[in-house]
Design a protein around this ligand. Structure first.
Ligand SMILES: Nc1ncnc2c1ncn2[C@@H]1O[C@H](COP(=O)(O)OP(=O)(O)OP(=O)(O)O)[C@@H](O)[C@H]1O
Ligand SMILES: [Mg+2]
Length: 361
């Protein structure tokens, strides 16, 4: 069931179009993420949904009714910002209960709901502390609790984990997933961190320069990006300029800069002489020592030029004889082995045809 629908929503600042005819349908109970680089219009879009800014064009519908003229406080939404926005002179319990006080609930009701909510976010023992006596993660949890206490139809979150360090972010990501599932509240989550979007969301809208590039489930966004921008922005990917030289039912034959002729799976609406990029993700690239390379099938020879060891995985940079570079990612799953290859090792590089893609310009 659609909760919120955006129809061709547009926002201009002078001549500049910050949000360009965006259309999205968000289902009740969904964890929906707006993902895109800095300045692409995520916050601007969120502010229009919240009602802080009015769109210059388009419609925002809640349960099918246009709410563009409804002021923010009349919308059954709550917004959580990166900066927590807690009241410094109020205790944790008073901060969380504040929205209820505003909606003139009785003291007894407030007390019960605050106690329940504190439990939900595992902050019961911090009820009487002040914000300055809390860690960043705890403060953010108070902000979530305050956002959820009025049981809004929609919780809008703008980079809420932006200020936290990586380890804490990961913990909070798991908590957010659980919190959202338990509270059953629809989330619209804004982030420019692609790994966070992939980890949290039911669906992601990838934005670029005010427009939506793709709306899909995380695995579709990662494995089947619709264009070069999405492929490049979400996850790492090897990309090389390419020209289409042959089109058949199942394959495209490409002339790829630095690789020569390479086959990739067929794609709609591609013609001979189209230009674009050949792309393959590093984890899909296989490397084997040159000595064990077979002569059958597609492979390229090169040398290990450099590597980046990050504990769980190692990313190798392989330089082919014509100095083209390819990245390959290998899991470090063998105990005791830090890395199977050294700089200078002669290797053979290959990938499955289905792992590669062509994106037209
Ligand atoms: N009040 C304003 N007046 C003029 N330009 C604005 C205003 N607010 C935003 N912009 C511009 O609109 C564009 C989109 O801004 P927005 O804040 O929505 O980006 P964002 O995607 O949230 O970026 P970030 O990830 O850095 O927060 C930017 O180029 C920004 O400079
Ligand atoms: Mg922003």
């Amino acid at each position: 069931m659609t909760l919120l629908e955006l129809r061709n929503v547009t926002k201009r600042f002078g001549d500049f179009i910050a949000v360009d005819s965006v259309s999205i349908e968000i289902k009740a109970g969904e964890f929906f993420t707006l993902l895109g680089p800095s300045g692409c219009g995520k916050t601007t879009l969120l502010r229009m949904i919240a009602g802080f800014d009015a769109p210059d064009g388009g419609q925002i519908l809640l349960d099918g009714e246009d709410i563009v003229d409804l002021p923010p406080e009349k919308r059954p939404f709550h917004t959580v910002f990166q900066s927590y926005a807690l009241f410094p002179h109020m205790t944790v319990a008073d901060n969380i209960g504040f929205p209820l006080k505003m909606s003139s609930k009785t003291l007894g009701e407030i007390k019960t709901r605050v106690a329940e909510t504190l439990e939900e976010v595992e902050l019961s023992q911090f009820a009487d502390r002040y914000p300055h006596e809390l860690s960043g993660g705890q403060k953010q949890r108070v902000a979530f609790a305050r956002g959820l206490i009025n049981q809004p139809r929609l919780l809008l979150l703008d980079e809420p984990l932006g200020a936290l360090d990586e380890k804490l972010r990961e913990n909070m990501q798991r908590e957010l997933i659980n919190l959202q599932a338990e509270a059953g509240v629809t989330f619209i989550y804004v982030t420019h961190a692609q790994n966070e979007a992939l980890a949290l969301s039911h669906r992601i809208a990838v934005m670029n320069q005010g427009r939506i590039e793709q709306i899909d489930e995380p695995s579709k966004i990662y494995n089947f990006p619709v264009n070069r921008f999405v492929a490049d922005f979400v996850g790492k990917i090897n990309m090389l300029e390419a020209l289409v030289i042959e089109v058949s039912l199942l394959h495209l034959k490409l002339k790829v800069e630095g690789l020569g002729e390479v086959a990739v799976p067929a794609k709609d609406r591609i013609k001979v002489n189209d230009r674009g990029v050949f792309a393959v993700r590093p984890e899909r690239v296989r490397i084997v020592p040159q000595t064990v390379a077979t002569n059958t099938g597609f492979q390229l020879s090169g040398k290990i030029k450099d590597f980046l060891y990050t504990g769980d995985v190692t990313t190798y940079i392989i330089e082919l004889s014509n100095s083209t570079q390819i990245e390959a990612l290998l899991p470090n799953s063998v105990p005791g082995h830090t890395k199977p290859f050294e700089v200078g090792d002669a290797v053979a590089v290959s990938w499955e045809e289905q792992s590669a893609q062509f994106f037209p310009d």
